[in-house]
Write a protein that binds this ligand. Structure first.
Ligand SMILES: NC(=O)c1ccc[n+]([C@@H]2O[C@H](COP(=O)([O-])OP(=O)(O)OC[C@H]3O[C@@H](n4cnc5c(N)ncnc54)[C@H](O)[C@@H]3O)[C@@H](O)[C@H]2O)c1
Length: 338
């Protein structure tokens, strides 16, 4: 394994929308230092370089030739995940790769094979693993706050945020580049929590619609998930320009109450029926709070050799669920995830 300097020196590869959210998380993780910013759109790389003191490069190869970092954070359109991740692994770098690992299980297998033969740490960045509200809910379930689990639901209708859907033709609208639609992309952050709470998904049945003009993949997905435990959960997601009302993103129901996650975490139980009670309000919460935990886990694995909280193979579950949903939408039947 490469020598690790005092701080872990990181190259940000792909200085687009998610890069800004990663940088916000990195602001809380002093053990990682950004020393390179890479993007073929040099103005993007230069902006990040100017704001961080890093060096700007137009390609990963140029950055590797220049040196000065042990790790890369790959934030790229999905069709580039495999070639760039394999290049970085073969260069002996520690690799943090945005989800999905790739858009097919075969491409994921090739990346995992490259990682197995490489000296560095390989991690898939599924930030939902570190999402404070999701972890609070996991604690409540473990503590028996809602009794035995019965069922759960995901409900997320989301607007097209300009950072992610702006420009003439965002790559997200291109099924070849994305590998599908909204589920393979944003859906993973809502499937991971269900797997953290309910275990592995066995099979799914889904309907998918193309409701958003110009988007080749599905922009509306409705599905039932059956877990190996026998539990059933529902999953609903839609990209829409229409006004969206208040929504609870997650609802977990047990024999003695419910956990609802919308604005914060609410526990509904015999003591607090109907409206429930907000729990652990004093802790930092919100989706954007998830990234610092992700980078701390990566830094611990690189610097201390610690096991990742969720190894890269875990991310196959979200991808396989999204692909099984797409198959089910075609076949009209339950489809196995694994
Ligand atoms: N964790 C989350 O919450 C979350 C949210 C959105 C996106 N993502 C993921 O982040 C990744 C990037 O998405 P995005 O929305 O930031 O996309 P984006 O289009 O905003 O940014 C991608 C950037 O990569 C650059 N690029 C293209 N080819 C490159 C190459 N060969 N080397 C270096 N840079 C290159 C592009 O010029 C662009 O600036 C995807 O995997 C996506 O699924 C994660």
């Amino acid at each position: 394994m490469r020598a690790v300097s005092e701080t872990l020196r990181l190259a940000l590869v792909g200085c687009g929308a998610i890069c800004d959210w990663h940088r916000r998380g990195l602001g809380h993780v002093p053990e990682i230092e950004i020393t390179a910013a890479v993007d073929p759109d040099l103005a993007r790389a230069q902006r990040v370089a100017d704001e961080t003191g890093a060096r700007a490069f137009g390609s990963l190869d140029e950055a590797i030739d220049a040196g000065g970092f042990e790790a890369v954070d790959l934030m790229l359109p999905h069709d580039l995940h495999e070639p760039v991740a394999v290049r970085a692994l073969e260069a002996g770098l520690h690799v943090l790769l945005e989800k999905p690992m790739a858009s097919t299980p075969e491409a994921c297998d090739r990346i995992l094979a490259a990682a197995a033969g490489a000296p560095g740490v390989f991690m898939v960045a599924e930030n939902a693993q570190y999402w404070p509200e999701v972890r609070i809910a996991a604690d409540l379930i473990r503590e028996g706050a809602i009794g035995d689990l019965v069922t759960a639901e995901v409900h997320l209708f989301l607007p097209p945020m300009p950072a992610f859907y702006g420009g003439d033709r965002p790559w997200r609208f291109d099924a070849e580049k994305t590998g599908g639609g909204i589920t393979i992309d944003t859906g993973s952050h809502y499937i991971r929590p269900l797997r953290m709470w309910l275990g592995e998904i066995d099979e799914v049945v889904a309907a998918m619609e193309r409701t958003y003009a110009g988007m080749q993949g599905e922009s509306l997905a409705r599905a039932l998930f059956r877990f190996r435990s026998g539990h059933v959960a529902t999953f609903s997601m839609m990209l829409t320009d229409a006004p969206i009302g208040r929504q609870d993103m997650f609802r977990i129901s047990g024999t003695q109450g419910e956990i609802q996650i919308g604005a914060g975490v609410r526990l509904v139980d015999a003591e607090h029926p109907h409206q429930g009670v907000r729990v652990r309000e004093d802790e930092p919460q919100g989706y954007l709070e998830s990234y610092a935990g992700q980078f701390r886990d990566f830094a611990r694995a690189v610097r201390e050799g610690a096991a990742l909280e969720a190894g890269p193979e875990v991310a196959l579950g979200e991808l396989r669920t999204a692909l099984a949903m797409a198959r089910s939408a075609e076949s009209g039947r339950w489809e196995k995830v694994w």
